[in-house]
Ligand binder design. Sequence first.
Ligand SMILES: NC(=O)C1=CN([C@@H]2O[C@H](COP(=O)(O)OP(=O)(O)OC[C@H]3O[C@@H](n4cnc5c(N)ncnc54)[C@H](OP(=O)(O)O)[C@@H]3O)[C@@H](O)[C@H]2O)C=CC1
Ligand SMILES: O=C1O[C@H](COP(=O)(O)O)[C@@H](O)[C@H](O)[C@H]1O
Length: 509
Amino acid sequence: MNKTENQMLVIFGASGDLTARKLVPAIVSLAQDGYLPENFVVLGASRTPYSDGEFRKKVVLESKYLDEKMENGQEKFLAEFSDKLFYHELSDDQSSDYAPLKKRMESLNSDYGTDANYMFYLSTPPSAYGPISKNLYNQGLTEEDQGWRRLIVEKPFGYSLKSAKELNEKLHRYFKESQIFRIDHYLGKETVQNLLVTRFANSIFEPLWNRHYIHHVEITSAESGGIGKRGKYYDKSGALRDMFQSHLLQIVALIIMEPPLSADAEEIRNEKLKALKSLRIMTDPEVLRRDTIRAQYISATVDGKEVKGYRQEENVDPESKTETYAALKFYVDNWRWADVPFYVRTAKRMPTKVTEAVIHFKTPHHQIFKDSSMHSKDNKLIIRIQPDEGILIKFGVKVPGQGFKVERANLDFYYSSLTDSHVMEAYERLLLDAMQGDATLYARADEVEAAWAFVDPILKYWKDSNQNVYGYSAGAWGPKNADELLEGHHTWRNPGEQLADDPGFCVIS
Ligand SMILES: NC(=O)C1=CN([C@@H]2O[C@H](COP(=O)(O)OP(=O)(O)OC[C@H]3O[C@@H](n4cnc5c(N)ncnc54)[C@H](OP(=O)(O)O)[C@@H]3O)[C@@H](O)[C@H]2O)C=CC1
Ligand SMILES: O=C1O[C@H](COP(=O)(O)O)[C@@H](O)[C@H](O)[C@H]1O
């Protein structure tokens, strides 16, 4: 295991939702599991006035997190841990804030022995990324003359290819690429990383992992929740920017990439970049019309409760065209994947929360068993990213008795069966990696730009054309016409509906 050196984590946007809901709980878990270095402090910074004590109460002592942990007798541990949390109030005048901030950091560094190793976490609105980086630079806080300096940047990383390039260019003025960690929390999910292991630590899958054996690839990332209180952000973003450009294209890259030379961060990122660059960019309006679908949830009764439609949500334009559902069909232009269609969809307010990638294998060239309840296209490898993280293979078996009746059977693996290993939450894993300087699970500037290059023309087409925005009832599997993308050869795998076929993968309400 890499060494975690003494350090200070400075979180900008410390009064916000992500800090309380994800970052502090991740740090507490790392502390509980003994991953933090001996000398470690967190300095939260934002404009809301808090004392250290008030900040501690907000993010640990009065948080929902404590309620959960109290059951396990962790109260004392959390009270002690919160002594490592500090808060520094910024004003609206940003540049003059940074000399006092530097002073506060220096004083904590000398009191707590953090060896001048500073990790800056930008958990603010993206508009503040550039100014904060510039201010840190102006105070000499990006120079690695004493300890190291790293910058974690939250998504969204840009709004378009142009803005992502501008942001990269800005950050590169103040930090070297090797200091920048662009977070994509899906890369921190155990099953997403397991894609690499499944493919490259086994000899049974790789020979089949190509156009000769794979019929199509399907990826679904469904959420049962709506947009909650994020209307202001989401209405300017939409599903394609919010989920597809980042998380889903990273999953696609891991599925289609060539074997890297080693598990070294740069080798893996080089292969992911090549993979993203091989996505066929859709420019023909006819293809864009046919192979992209956008939709919005409309009000419906779900589990006996009336659920608002997207256009009725807080801070959403009542005539908004922003998609809460996006489904695409696309191709990968390289030797391995030529002519294999990829079907990828993501949405809010679906019947369940599930993310999975399904590799659909081709039908055997010659069918000799006629008495088969198994559909000819039923060889599938299902990689369940969440929940019930695991892998399932579907294949045909003989039904005992006379003749050759074939039925579908499953071979499965669940992470929950590894009782002695704790599956780290994504933010825990990613924070620990950055603390140790390992950027393997972070996106590099060129990868992010390649992903935007694929998404940009779709967004532009949706903006400029009269492409329909379909409606789907909240709690349903999206608009009916999304099935047309699949050309009648097959249907989307709607996980909740297929429980009878997938024993072990349970439905989440
Ligand atoms: N919440 C989530 O689940 C996810 C969030 N993200 C990303 O994480 C980032 C933070 O999100 P979230 O916590 O939800 O947003 P919030 O709006 O809840 O919090 C952002 C915080 O940033 C602070 N802030 C604004 N400007 C500055 C500034 N110039 N310097 C320091 N602090 C500033 C604000 O606090 P104050 O007014 O006190 O300064 C605010 O509390 C965003 O980029 C978001 O896209 C990504 C994935 C999921
Ligand atoms: O980045 C985001 O991800 C969440 C979904 O993350 P998950 O780990 O719960 O699957 C999504 O709800 C949010 O809109 C998006 O910004």
